[in-house]
Design a protein around this ligand. Structure first.
Ligand code: PGA
Length: 261
């Protein structure tokens, strides 16, 4: 393991090591503060971490019984209770198996008649509880965090947003490969909402993330790479595996440059 302090990148040999390290961070936080407020992302990157947390819960070594969990984002347009919703994902992966009471799982009401009002309510809730103690993030291959796609302003709050075409393409794998089934809209915590968290851990694993990790390491803050918003946050670490970190420069379009010295 090695740390690189410009934007603190901590690199591990394997996805499993990254997952264990993130799970350790969560367990440590909840041990010190059982009432912690944590925002978990959906997606494949964190699934091993969630598996480790479930195993710990089963062995009685970890519990979210007193914690509060907040969804990072949610699709708009899926039927209530859809197994593809992010609420279903977090309920399955984390809430139920880790003993989080149902009323301690918070999410934006994507079925409200007024989605803007629903977004504001969720933003207000996050503000009222004082922000997250820990925000865990994945990263899109286009550098998005949450559903804050390229072009999102740094001062964005929780709002209705549109998924970028490349995000819908990437997420089609959860919809039998059919991009037409992937919702076009969502409610997402904004960049400034995310930055209100006390501590942020961004996780990137696998070759498909090498482009965004490479761009994140070399870029200044720019709206075209939303994850660079994290450069303004005082307590962010980026946990990567060898494939995402690599020793070549990768570009956001997936192409490779020359070897770094
Ligand atoms: P993934 O999604 O973990 O499924 O790669 C991450 C993201 O799109 O933010």
């Amino acid at each position: 393991m090695r740390a690189n302090n410009s934007l603190e990148i901590v690199d591990f040999e394997s996805e499993l090591e990254v997952s264990q390290a993130i799970a350790d961070e969560v367990v440590e936080l909840v041990t010190v503060n059982p009432f912690a407020k944590i925002s978990f992302p959906t997606g494949s990157t964190l699934q091993k971490t969630y598996g480790i947390l479930r195993d710990s819960a089963r062995l009685g070594r970890f519990s979210l019984a007193k914690a509060q969990v907040f969804l990072l984002d949610e699709y708009v347009g899926l039927p209530r209770g859809s197994i593809d919703s992010y609420l279903s994902f977090i309920s399955r992966e984390i809430q139920e198996p880790c003993g989080l009471p149902l009323e301690a799982l918070h999410f934006p009401d994507v079925h409200a008649s007024d989605l803007h009002e629903a977004s504001e309510k969720y933003e207000d809730l996050i503000r009222v509880v004082g922000g997250m103690d820990l925000q865990i993030l994945g990263i899109g291959s286009n550098g998005h965090i949450g559903f804050n796609e390229p072009g999102t302003p740094l001062n964005s709050r929780t709002r209705v947003a549109h998924l970028a075409p490349e995000t819908r393409e990437a997420n089609a794998r959860y919809f039998n490969g059919d991009i037409n089934m992937v919702p076009k809209r969502c409610i997402t915590q904004g960049l400034s909402t995310i930055l209100s968290a006390k501590k942020i851990l961004l996780v990137a694993t696998g070759l498909s993330k090498a482009g965004s990790v490479s761009a994140l390491r070399t870029s200044r803050m720019t709206e075209s790479l939303p994850a660079t918003a994290l450069l303004t946050h005082g307590d962010t670490r980026i946990f990567v595996d060898r494939q995402a970190y690599g020793n070549r420069e990768f570009f956001l379009d997936g192409s490779q440059g020359g070897l770094r010295s």
